[in-house]
Design a protein around this ligand. Structure first.
Ligand SMILES: [Zn+2]
Length: 506
């Protein structure tokens, strides 16, 4: 007796459907799993055998062969258990296989027949839907994530008996549907704890970060320790527009594949803020390992990646930012397969002005000029080329501290940011990019038109500071964003003058 159940595996964050073929014949009792199963799948034998028995069914003492097709892909994970068990029970005619048409079956089996949640459920169901499946049977604890996939009937189950009962009776009370109200409640939390209004002073830095978010530019915060760089960076996500439905799906896929959602039944509805320590390894930063798990840069997708004490990061970590900063994703190759992970974030790098942190305060700073230069040189030109805005932060004086009044709220700033985003989306409607930060070099002249006065000013600055052409281009893009913030189609001298305040030191 032969039957086939549809299951799936993860390739990075991409789901792939796998046929679980089960053949049972008379002969010496034996269970073989073939088709490049990983070690965890090989152990499925014991879970399935015990799970079936403890659910009250007879495990066949026959020759059982299970093939996972296509065979050339290495499969990993515990999500095959349930499909294998259902295949065996179908071959033994405990289950009517006809009721499993266009259905994907996923879940880990516990020894007592309970079904445990698995990772990557959104990626797997998204792929199932694209391949024309109509229904999925999944662990009940994965239901919340699964609701993001809209055109599948979703059946959440807690144990093997329930699955058998469902399939045999075509029981319809299981359709969980999609609860829009609950979803929106999750999407719009009533309050945002962190808010720009809580930041005292630092008007220049706040303005810099608003420009950064308005044009989706990466930014560098420079200032002595304890000045509030992290406090500001944390609040950047509060002035980014809410995630779209597609972005929620992408982020939930990433966090699920990174095993951050196991047993939480969560979906990712807020823009991420990631803040890795400078001792992080390249593998945890960009992703990797034998299962190709997404790293910090992917977990920052559509949010903010804050790298404090930027020059202290390992050189290979800093350099690995090139590809994501350029393209918004990273390619990793593992087991002869190339994985593409999204990594489209705003980078907020932060650094001290010198190794001790107190330059240019000559009373406190003891650093030699050569030490300061060495510190700055740890960040290569290729990386600096991607950081359009440089924000110098100064300690706030006593007067400012005392006169602190609540500043603008994140909500007010966000309203402006959304308008500036709308202007750019309309302008770049026929382009492969949507924001000023991503204008390619060959289109900068076309999109960043200057008035005669602005052109003059820029020329003077270019000569005075002996700017590189790359630095000049970054200045133009920032000026473009500042002009958009006043809804001006051309860039005038005021826009250029403000952009100069945020250029990298010469
Ligand atoms: Zn110093």
């Amino acid at each position: 007796m032969y039957c086939k159940i549809i299951c799936g595996t993860l390739l990075g964050i991409q789901g792939m459907l796998i046929d679980v073929e089960v053949d049972i014949s008379e002969g010496f009792p034996k269970l073989d799993i073939v088709g490049m199963p990983g070690s965890i799948i090989k152990e499925a034998k014991e879970r399935v055998r015990t799970g079936i028995k403890n659910s009250g069914y007879t495990f066949p003492y026959k020759r059982i062969t299970i093939n996972l097709a296509p065979a050339h892909i290495r499969k990993e994970g515990v999500g095959f258990d349930l499909a294998i068990a259902i295949g065996i029970l179908s071959c033994e005619r405990v289950i009517s296989i006809d009721n499993l048409k266009d259905t994907i079956v996923l879940g880990e089996l516990a020894l007592d027949g309970h079904i445990r949640p698995i990772k990557g459920i959104v990626s797997l169901l998204d792929e199932a839907q694209k391949q024309g499946m109509h229904r999925c049977i999944i662990p009940k604890e994965n239901l919340n994530e699964a609701q993001l996939i809209k055109d599948l009937d979703i059946i959440g189950v807690t144990n093997l008996r329930e699955v058998v009962h469902y399939i045999n009776s075509e029981y319809h009370g299981y359709d969980y549907g999609f609860n829009r109200d609950q979803y929106h409640a999750m999407k719009n939390p009533e309050y945002i704890q962190e808010d720009f209004s809580q930041v005292i002073g630092q008007t220049h830095a706040k303005r810099g970060l608003e420009i950064a978010v308005s044009g989706m530019h990466h930014a560098m915060l420079k200032g002595p320790p304890g000045i509030g760089k992290t406090m500001l960076a944390k609040r950047v996500k509060t002035i980014l527009p809410p995630l779209s439905d597609d972005e929620i799906i992408d982020l939930t896929k990433i966090y699920s594949a990174a095993e951050k959602l196991l047993n939480t039944n969560r979906i990712i509805t807020e823009r991420p803020f990631r803040y890795p320590h400078h001792s992080i390894t390249r593998a945890s930063f960009i992703g990797g390992g034998s299962l190709a798990k997404p790293g910090e840069i992917s977990m920052s997708h559509k949010g903010v990646l804050m790298l404090d004490e930027f020059p202290e990061f390992r050189k290979d970590v800093i350099e690995s930012l090139r590809e994501p900063l350029e393209q918004g994703y990273i390619l990793l190759s593992r087991n002869h397969h190339v994985f593409s992970f999204p990594a489209d974030f705003i980078l907020i790098a932060a650094m001290n002005p010198c190794p001790c942190g107190y330059f240019p305060n000559s009373e406190k700073c003891q650093c030699l000029p050569s030490q300061i230069e060495k510190y700055h040189n740890k960040i290569s030109g290729a990386i600096l080329d991607r950081i359009d805005l440089h924000v110098e932060m100064m300690p706030i004086d006593y007067k400012q501290l005392k006169e602190h009044q609540s500043g603008e709220s994140s909500q007010e700033i966000l309203r402006r940011v959304e308008q500036v985003h709308a202007v750019q989306k309309e302008r770049y409607i026929n382009e492969p990019f949507s924001y000023n930060a991503n204008i390619p070099v060959e289109k900068i002249q076309h999109y960043c038109q200057l008035t005669a006065k602005a052109d003059n000013l820029l020329k003077r600055v270019y000569l005075q500071f002996n700017l590189s052409s790359r630095c000049y281009h970054r200045l133009l893009k920032v000026a473009r964003t500042i002009a958009d913030m006043t809804n001006s189609s051309v860039i005038n001298e005021n826009h250029v003058a403000e952009a100069i305040l945020f250029k990298q030191d010469a």
